[in-house]
Design a protein around this ligand. Structure first.
Ligand code: GAP
Length: 453
């Protein structure tokens, strides 16, 4: 399995992901997506949106604000509960997440509280992993980023640590304007911010990241049924976007692990080189969120059931996926190194649905009228699919560059094209080439790409 440091340097070399603010030395936990990465990210979002919103008549989408009224986070419990435990080295001043230190020392992390951790650190003589210095007291640390709204001192609020709350805030608006009835869902894709103590493993633990969340509002008595249903559906989706089933598993949260809002939770985990890790969480949030917002806002957030003429606070089944973690899992899953005719070939065997470019068009040589013909073919294909065009350098090197970013098909215009209007179509994975009439090219690509299943 490819290690994460190798993937990070591959991403930088190929314009997929760059460390953010790099010319100033970078900023830990922040990354920028490059020209190839942003196309892939947009494709993952589009696949998720299609699966969740477009294929379900009882799920609608929103796009909520990143900064909200500060009371939102009091009501949600984040001001009080959204904490990690931090330990500082007394010598080199590096800061560490207490549970990571325990994990690295092979100690099972159960329900965390500062005094227990202090005891454990002392007993097990855990020292600073960087300089072996003495560690200080374990302290609580709230992960939300503070900001000020308005001129002067302004009002203190937070950048949202999860997108979910914006959905709860709009629950009433959606019920009143979209004619949805329980059971129904609201979906959203957007940025979330957490001031992680130790961002690590490239895109896995970031301070600014993106979530794809869906909140499904149900009757209390149906909550278990929908929890099971969504768990299965979400796991299945990963195969649809090309992730190998054997690298995925479901893990149930133990009691002590549950977030403050969760009655039950499972993680969908991917097998990275640094272990099985969560890429998506499915939670039964009970009536926690809507009840708390009702209590803190003083507004009635109950759902009125026309049929039974009764009012109730729906329970919520949440599917919460991390876009950047899914992106990382796709890359790790698809990255292959092979030997072809004595040379190393790097190939990203990603699903055509996720690939930045679906097709590349090349003239075999940059003369003899081939570039002109190739540009005609590019015009034809790029009207239907994101297409890359390149006329410089050896054809072998152009193929290799497309293999590295996972372009499924390369179309080459050669001297025979000028005679019989055919081109070669090269398959990324098998490297086999077949001749296709230009008149049939779009229908051939449509069949082979299979983008709409
Ligand atoms: N609304 C529920 C919620 O936010 P979570 O388990 O804290 O639940 C959901 O986060 C998903 O967001 C995770 O499964 C993960 O994929 C992603 N995520 C969380 N923290 C992250 C971080 N620091 N960097 C990248 N992705 C993160």
């Amino acid at each position: 399995m490819v290690d994460i440091a190798k993937i990070a340097s591959f991403c930088k070399r190929r314009g997929i992901v760059f460390p953010s603010s790099e010319i100033y030395g970078g900023l830990a936990g922040f990354y920028d997506y490059g020209p190839i990465g942003i196309e892939m990210i947009n494709n993952i979002k589009a696949e998720w949106w299609k699966e969740i919103v477009h294929k379900n008549q009882n799920i609608v989408g929103i796009n909520g604000a990143i900064i909200t009224h500060p009371k939102v986070w009091e009501a949600s419990g984040h001001t009080e509960e959204f904490i990690d435990f931090v330990v500082e080295c007394e010598k080199c001043k590096s800061k560490f997440r207490a549970d990571h230190l325990l994990e690295d020392a092979g100690i099972k992390v159960g329900e965390l509280d500062a005094s227990k951790l202090n005891e454990l650190i002392k007993k097990n003589k855990i020292v600073c992993p960087k300089c072996k210095g003495k560690l200080g007291e374990v302290k609580e640390f709230n992960l939300m980023f503070k900001t000020k709204v308005g001129p002067g001192e302004g009002e203190t609020t937070y950048l949202r640590p999860e997108t979910a709350q914006l959905i709860y805030l709009n629950f009433k608006n959606i019920v009143e304007t979209s004619r949805q009835k329980v059971p129904f869902g609201i979906a959203q894709i957007g940025k979330a911010f957490r001031n992680e103590i130790s961002p690590r493993n490239f895109l896995f633990r970031m301070r600014e990241f993106e979530q794809m969340e869906m909140q499904f509002f149900v009757r209390k008595e149906d909550a278990d049924k929908f929890f099971e249903e969504w768990k299965e559906k979400r796991l299945e989706w990963y195969s649809k976007i090309g992730i190998n089933k054997k690298n995925l598993r479901i893990r149930e949260h133990e009691k002590g692990e549950l977030a403050h809002y969760a009655k039950r939770a499972v993680d969908i985990e991917y097998k990275f080189d640094f272990g099985w890790k969560e890429i998506e969480g499915i939670h039964n949030r009970g009536d926690w969120d809507l009840s708390r917002h009702e209590q803190f806002s003083g507004k009635d957030l109950k759902f009125f059931d026309e049929e039974t003429k009764s009012k109730f606070i729906p329970w919520i089944i949440e599917t919460s996926a991390g876009l950047d973690r899914i992106f990382l899992a796709i890359l790790v899953d698809a990255y292959h190194e092979e030997e072809v005719k004595g040379e190393k070939r790097v190939v990203l065997k990603i699903s055509p649905k996720i690939a930045a470019y679906k097709v590349a068009v090349f003239p075999l040589v940059n003369k003899d009228g081939l570039p002109e013909k190739a540009r005609e073919v590019f015009k034809l294909v790029s009207g239907c699919y994101p297409t890359f065009y390149d006329e410089k350098g050896s054809i072998g090197r152009r193929y290799r560059r497309m293999d590295e970013i996972g372009t499924p098909f390369c179309v080459t215009i050669d001297h025979q094209t000028l005679e019989d209007n055919t081109v070669t179509v090269r398959d990324r994975d098998t490297m086999e080439q077949k001749r296709v009439k230009i008149d049939d090219l779009l229908s051939e690509l449509y069949k082979s790409l299979n983008l709409y299943s």
